[in-house]
Each structure stands twice: as C-alpha cells, then as structure tokens.
Ligand binder design. Sequence first.
Ligand SMILES: C[S@@+](CC[C@H](N)C(=O)[O-])C[C@H]1O[C@@H](n2cnc3c(N)ncnc32)[C@H](O)[C@@H]1O
Length: 264
Amino acid sequence: MEAFRDYELFKTKFYSLSNIDLNLYKEKQMKRRITSLVEKYGYTSYCSFLEAIKKNPELYSTFINYLTINVSEFYRNPNQWLLFENRILTDIFKDRDLADIKIWSSACSTGDEPYTIVMILNKYIPLERINIIASDIDVDAINKAKAGIYSYRNMKDLPQEFLDKHFTMLDSDTYQISEKVRKRVTYKQLNLLEDPYPKGMDIIVCRNVLIYFTEEAKNNIMKGFSESLNKGGVLFIGSTEQIMNYQKFDFKPIETFFYQKVGD
Ligand SMILES: C[S@@+](CC[C@H](N)C(=O)[O-])C[C@H]1O[C@@H](n2cnc3c(N)ncnc32)[C@H](O)[C@@H]1O
C-alpha cells in the first residue's frame, strides 16, 4: 500500500521521540506488530501515527506497551529456575555469602522475574539481607512491578510454598506479592540498547528479550554484559535463546542457558 511506505522515516522520527532504535529489533516481526497497531487505530501511514502518539501521551504509552511485549510469569520455565538454584546459587556461589551476590534482572517486565529470584534466595537467607537490581525499558511495566498485583495466570508454575508464604489473595484471580518481598528489589528504567550497564555484577538474568534483537544489537548487549560481570559471574538467558559466539565475550557455557564469564 502506497501510504505504508514511510517505515524508514518513522523509525528515525520514533528514535528522536523515544530513544528506542527500531533498527536494532528484528525488522520483520517488529514491522508486522507495528503495522497491525497502526491499522487498528485507523491510521493510513506510519508517520501520521507518529504525529498522533506525539500529541497523545495515552496512545504513546499504549504503543510502547504493545511494542515491548511485557509477557512474563513467576518461575517461568521451572527447570531453569531449579538449575539457577541448585547449580548456580548453591554450587558455583557456594562459598559466597548469598547476600553479597549482586544480581541484576535486566529486562524485568512486571517484576515476576526479580521477585522469583528474591523468593528463591529467601530459602537460604532472610529477606532483609536480599537486594536485587531490576530494570526494563518500559516504565509502565516497572510501575506494575512496584504494585506487585498479578493474575493467577502469571503464577501457574510457582511452587505452592512460595505462593503460601509471599502472596495475599485479593480476589479469586488476583494476588499481591508481599511488601516485604517488593522492598528487596530496586527498579530503574534502562534501555539495554542505549544506556550504561551497572558494574560489578555476579549474576545477570536476561530472559526472553534477546529474541527480539538483531545480531548486531545482541553482540553489543553481550559485550555490555561481559563488562558488567565480575570474573566467574553468570549470565542466565531464556529458554528459546542462545549465544553462538560466546567465546568472543569471554563466556563459557556451564549449563544450557547459563554462561560463565571466564576472563577479567
Ligand atoms: C517478554 S518480556 C520478558 C520478561 C522476563 N524477563 C521474563 O522472561 O519473563 C520482555 C521485556 O523486555 C523489555 N525490553 C524490550 N526492549 C528492551 C530494551 N531495549 N531494553 C530493556 N528492556 C527491553 C520489555 O519492555 C519487556 O518487559
């Protein structure tokens, strides 16, 4: 369609507006998503949609939410969390005080992932000693994380002991995670494609977001993660993701979905 030929210009203008570089996301998938939203709202070109989101903060926020795909779950892919607990926390870091381990959930979405980490750590150390960093590009997702209110569908894989210990049922489908757990996570907005990363990390969790990025973007992120991790630190990625060229970033695979930094 003639009117839908302005995607390149849209990407440039959207970058000035949001600091989100759509060139670093896989094009086919992203363009398809954007086109369907633009059409749903009745716009006939990308740039007319862009003018609309500039003027309408609510539409802007709807667009960012839609773009960022915030789907998350507590204890998502349970086998990976069992490895995280039994192979990483209590094996690789067995000689460390777990309270001193610096953990960063780097695309934390609505908080399901950092709170899962807090609950696992709390099997070994008191809540007051736990401090996790969590970040996401999407401020709305971070605000949801801070509120800590979830539908049951987000916790279908959560072990019952965690549900009993850390959640209050608000109604038949809605649960809130305790304030004591929420207080253990420090949230900040961080764009993995633009912003500086925190340093001195022991574990970085980056799950179910790398799949959206181009190879070039993924390489930059891997370089950033490698610089952010201490020697011996561990990167935990999602179940549909893999890092082909891990040696280039001083990583070695230690389990499926877990890489350890070998260099300084
Ligand atoms: C599918 S969710 C994954 C959430 C969680 N890690 C999990 O596995 O359940 C992907 C998250 O990545 C975030 N995201 C997308 N692009 C990002 C970027 N450039 N920097 C940081 N986060 C980003 C989205 O906002 C979204 O919350």
